[in-house]
Ligand binder design. Structure first.
Ligand code: FAD
Ligand code: 2HG
Ligand code: ZN
Length: 482
């Protein structure tokens, strides 16, 4: 330990002597992070938007150690912020600035407990990375479909706690749809063993769904049973340029009818979003000649290759002839498909480099998207002339990342003021159309204060009652979600 770390450790020990001793007894040296330098990555989110403090970062090795830690926190009323890969977009995994909230990292709970190809299921601990789940499923000749740009760093626990979405929801659903069972440590340290591997179980309330999407506010998810699917062996990928967003809305409906389950992704990006990636992400090039107001990345997949390329070609050919789309490029190789996905997955990074983003992760009925975009674009441009709108997302799910980029050097007070105004402009419109202000990123601390405006009083009260029932001492991720 450095001198600095020793000083910090003794300051923590002086402030919380019993707590630290008991935590040490529960998780040992390897499970405690006291060195401020080693703690730093746990105290800040990846966007650099939130910075917190914590007396200690605890890294339990397994469910039993997590239960022991939670029992201690329950007795001492110590607030706990659970953290997986720390890739969240809403500040849910960052402690506040009080220095009182302990961070519980699941990083060491990273065992794949069982793969059962006959049952098409896989049991994993919460700290296993999504990419590791993909690899384990593939090794068993199966497929786990959740697919996010952050899959090399995000964890299954985080995916569950945020009910993550991503690029394959259109075909397979979001994380909630991909889970058979959950194991969780309750705020008082008891373990709920809900690791059932069943597709049918009507024995009362389905408690796993309470933990999915709960953002660390009801307990610590320690393991899960995930659904596996047949491994698609053939893919056909294309890029499409269109003159307006309504054409893409119509195209996705047409492709759904023509291709059925084989349509696995329909991702949209505006010309401004594409231009951002081309400018800020290395080794990328424009997929089509000329500019189009909107673009889509379309992918079909199947366990049989026969007919797949023809189906894509014929479907997009028909859309071209009809004038629904302006241009199409169909990939001739896997390398070409990777290059297209790099464009889509580069948008988040490009935004970080290009400006200060005011993000809106919204869901709308797909039929309302074009009207919303026309209305919101006009309103925002009237409000802030020259504003950069970066509109992209999972069009096939009705999920837009309707982001606004302010210049990188925007002073904090101005950024905060614009954020409040833009949020209100966008979210009021979304709400009026029956949409959601968080489609897939969760509420965290980013949207907490906005939530009561858009949830009915009854819905809010029911959520509060559930929180009270499971976490009466309010120690699980205080200041997030509710
Ligand atoms: P963290 O960020 O560590 O935590 C997120 C929340 O879950 C926090 O509230 C935390 O307290 C809670 N939590 C974490 N683990 C547990 C646990 N074991 N028990 C209880 N609570 C827990 N998200 C999407 O939905 N779709 C996308 O397409 C998408 N693309 C992304 C692309 C990039 C490049 C990046 C950086 C992020 C993207 N995300 C996306 C956001 C993020 O990756 C997801 O929200 C992911 O599910 C978070 O997982 P994590 O392990 O990093 O969780
Ligand atoms: C995506 O779809 C992610 O790429 C990130 O959900 C969205 O950066 C964003 O706003
Ligand atoms: Zn997304």
């Amino acid at each position: 330990m450095t001198q600095n770390a020793e000083n910090f450790a003794s300051a923590v020990a002086a402030a919380h002597p019993e707590l630290l001793q008991r935590l040490h007894a529960a998780v040992g040296d390897a499970g405690l992070v006291l060195d401020p330098e080693a703690q730093a990555p746990y105290l800040r989110d990846w966007l650099g938007k939130w910075q917190g403090r914590a007396p200690v970062v605890v890294r339990p090795r397994d469910t039993a150690q997590t239960a022991a830690v939670m029992a201690i926190c329950h007795e001492t009323h110590t607030p706990v912020v659970t953290q997986g890969g720390n890739t969240g977009m809403s500040g849910g995994a960052t402690p506040d600035g009080s220095g009182a909230q302990l961070v519980l990292s699941t990083a060491r709970m990273n065992t794949i407990r069982e793969v059962d190809p006959l049952n098409n299921s896989l049991t994993v601990e919460a700290g296993v990375l999504l990419a590791q789940v993909h690899a384990a499923a593939a090794e068993a000749g199966r497929f786990f479909p959740l697919s996010l740009g952050s899959e090399g760093s995000c964890t299954i626990g985080g995916n569950l706690a945020t009910n993550a979405g991503g690029i394959a929801v259109l075909r397979y659903g979001n994380m909630r749809d991909l889970v058979l069972g959950v194991e969780a440590v309750l705020p008082d340290g008891r373990v709920w063993h809900g690791l059932r591997a069943l597709r049918k179980d009507n024995t009362g309330y389905d408690l796993r769904h309470l933990f999915i999407g709960s953002e660390g506010t009801l307990g610590v998810i320690t393991a899960a049973v995930l659904k596996l699917y047949p491994q698609p062996t053939a893919r056909a990928t294309a890029w499409v340029g269109a003159g307006d967003i309504q054409s893409l809305v119509s195209l996705q409906a047409q492709l759904r009818s023509r291709c059925g389950e084989r349509l696995v992704a329909f991702e949209m990006m505006s010309q401004a979003s594409l231009a951002l990636v081309l400018k800020h992400v290395t080794a990328t090039r424009a997929p089509l000649q000329g500019e189009h107001a909107y673009h889509a990345l379309v992918e079909l997949a199947d366990t049989r290759a026969e007919g797949l390329p023809d189906l894509l070609e014929q479907s997009l050919g028909a859309a071209l002839e009809e004038g629904l789309v302006q241009d199409v490029a169909i990939c001739a190789s896997t390398a070409q498909a990777h290059a297209l996905w790099k464009l889509r997955e580069g948008i988040s990074q490009a935004q970080v480099r290009a400006g200060k983003a005011v993000k809106h992760d919204i869901a709308l009925p797909i039929s309302a998207i074009a009207g919303f975009v026309a209305d919101a674009d006009a309103a925002l441009r009237a409000l802030l002339p020259g504003v950069r709108i970066v509109n992209f997302g999972h069009l096939g799910d009705g999920n837009l990342h309707y982001n606004v980029l302010l210049p990188l050097d925007t002073p904090y007070a101005e950024y905060a003021a614009h954020t409040a105004t833009l949020n209100r402009e966008v979210h009021d419109r979304v709400h009026a159309l029956g949409g959601s202000i968080s489609a897939e990123h969760g509420i965290g601390q980013l949207r907490r204060d906005e939530l009561p405006r858009y949830k009915s009083a009854l819905e809010f009260e029911l959520m509060m009652r559930i929180k009270q029932a499971l976490d009466p001492n309010q120690i699980m991720n205080p200041g997030k979600l509710l």
